[in-house]
Design a protein around this ligand. Structure first.
Ligand SMILES: NC(=O)c1ccc[n+]([C@@H]2O[C@H](COP(=O)([O-])OP(=O)(O)OC[C@H]3O[C@@H](n4cnc5c(N)ncnc54)[C@H](O)[C@@H]3O)[C@@H](O)[C@H]2O)c1
Length: 277
């Protein structure tokens, strides 16, 4: 079974399509007979990825654009009116640069611009036509577990992905309350995936990570089931462990614990006991 939006002869729009999860998704939907509009930063990486996919017999259109630029995506969406109807929009482009809460505004502006505004821009540029054509369609936005349990390390990335979660939840609600809409929204939450974001080019896949193909296969199965939250495990972290971590994070507020108590030495024993329950 595949989701009825992922049908031969229709168009998939994928951002961050030149690498990792985006490229694996492009390959997967092309194999179902969809044409793929691949969007990524302009350059050799995108051109090469488009050539590789086209060489497999896929119908491919490649458009270089920075997703933090709304007008660039609007221009691509206007041109896409000539293509078969868009029934799959995967707002997936993302990046990470080091950040702290105490300085370095540039890292925050760039991270939020790409990871959060990129998702909002993609949705605003492509969703009106997807609603208007009246066919069953999907919008999938890529968030992260870091946007849910918000671990210490890269707060700008966490904030961007927490924003993607909130935005996508609101989008799902609005779409199901929009008369005539057959578009649904979903949140892709990858685990640890071996991609350009997490490893140097050519590095072997660590045992704990999933491949991008595994993450995309899981995403397609979850979409088939109609899941909103596509909570991917990996070889190190099971769904059961994710559920515990998410419940503990929500418990900080409910139990009036300190922020990010999971990483506070005073709570180390309590967290260990909670995990073992
Ligand atoms: N790999 C993981 O373990 C992991 C975990 C959680 C979430 N994610 C998310 O998955 C998504 C895909 O990342 P990936 O792991 O496949 O990494 P990747 O680096 O292989 O792919 C990301 C793609 O996004 C593109 N991109 C970056 N900035 C862009 C911009 N401004 N405009 C257009 N394209 C841009 C990159 O060029 C790249 O091709 C990201 O949103 C990432 O945050 C990944």
């Amino acid at each position: 079974m595949t989701h009825p939006a992922l049908v031969s002869g229709r168009t998939a729009v994928i951002t961050g399509a030149a690498s990792g999860i985006g490229f694996a998704a492009a390959e997967a939907v092309a194999a179902l007979g969809m044409g793929v509009l691949m969007i990524d930063l302009p350059g050799e990486k995108l051109d090469g990825a488009a050539e590789r996919l086209a060489a497999k017999g896929a119908t491919v259109w490649a458009q270089g654009a920075d997703v933090s630029d709304l007008s660039a995506l609007e221009m691509i969406a206007a041109a896409a009116a000539e293509l078969p109807s868009v029934t799959f929009l995967f707002n997936n482009a993302g990046m990470g640069v080091p950040s702290t809460t105490l300085g370095g505004a540039k890292a925050w502006v760039r991270t939020l611009g790409v990871n959060l505004w990129g998702v909002i821009h993609g949705t605003m540029a492509f969703s009106p036509a997807m609603i208007a054509h009246g066919e069953t369609a999907l919008i999938v936005n890529t968030g992260s577990k870091q946007g849910i349990t918000t671990p210490p390390g890269n707060p700008a990335y966490n904030v961007s992905k927490a924003g993607v979660k909130s935005f996508t939840e609101a989008l799902a609600h609005e779409l199901r309350n929009t008369p005539g809409s057959k578009v649904s929204a979903h949140l892709m939450i990858p685990g640890w995936v071996h991609t350009g974001l997490t490893a140097a080019s050519g590095a072997p896949k660590p045992d704990g990570a999933w491949s991008a193909d595994q993450a995309v296969a899981f995403m397609l199965q979850s979409l088939d089931r109609g899941d909103f939250y596509i909570l991917c495990p990996d070889n190190d972290v099971s769904r059961a462990l994710d559920e515990k971590r998410i419940a503990w994070a929500a418990g900080d507020l409910i139990e009036n614990r300190t922020a990010l108590s999971r990483w506070h030495p005073d709570y180390a024993e309590a967290f260990k006991v909670f995990l073992a329950k």
